[in-house]
Design a protein around this ligand. Sequence first.
Ligand code: ATP
Length: 239
Amino acid sequence: GGGIRVLQVDSIYAKYGRVQALNGVSLQLKEKSIVALLGANGAGKSTILKTITGLLKPYQGTVSFLGERIDRLAAERIVTKGIVMVPEGRQIFPESTVMENLLLGSYTRKDRAQVKQDMEYVFSLYPILAEKTRNLAGTLSGGQQQMLAIGRGLMAKPRLLLLDEPSMGLAPIVVQEIFRIIKEINHNGTTILLVEQNARMALAISDYAYVLETGRVSCEGTPDILQKNEEVLKSYLGG
Ligand code: ATP
């Protein structure tokens, strides 16, 4: 269908020194969609997130956000435009409280009333955080820390939320809960790019997916189509 194109990545190439990491990757996200980026270790998933957030400049190709080229902008500028990344490994501040961690997500905002409302929203998604606002973040369980990281991202009021491996290191039951909440955040209107090694779970909640192999998109499509693809079945769904 239609829908505003929130993100458009056009044939980007990137490298680390002499290591070629991306070899002409193109992808797009429509407003309010949830799109999965799948692939094995080293396929280039994190590198794509770095080029979108401005931490790594592609040497060829373009990245556009809401119709504007952003691939030459500094990372700080890109954040203020509304692209918010929740990094892999739940990089919260363990020695700060849950409340302090959440407020860090909103530090550039001046709309106090709206910030308060967004915090209530985070608590409604995951009420345990509301009970633990004064606890040190480092004392939370793995799943709670992951939800704190996502909550901190939401406090920045993202127009595009990038999630890097939210299932990493979590028990299956916890992963299920996190994915249910990710889907709810998407339902509430947030556009999401979800990087995952857990292809099965990611496909279950996504509208569309790209499979990455050695810096290229090897296949793409709706979950229905990809779940029937022999290569995807064999390599990523253990079938
Ligand atoms: P993972 O799940 O392990 O993070 P990935 O799909 O995110 O995998 P990337 O981290 O994007 O893959 O890595 C893509 C390629 O770039 C790999 O060959 C990797 O070894 C290389 N690479 C990544 N980061 C660096 C770096 N800082 N310096 C040099 N090479 C790097």
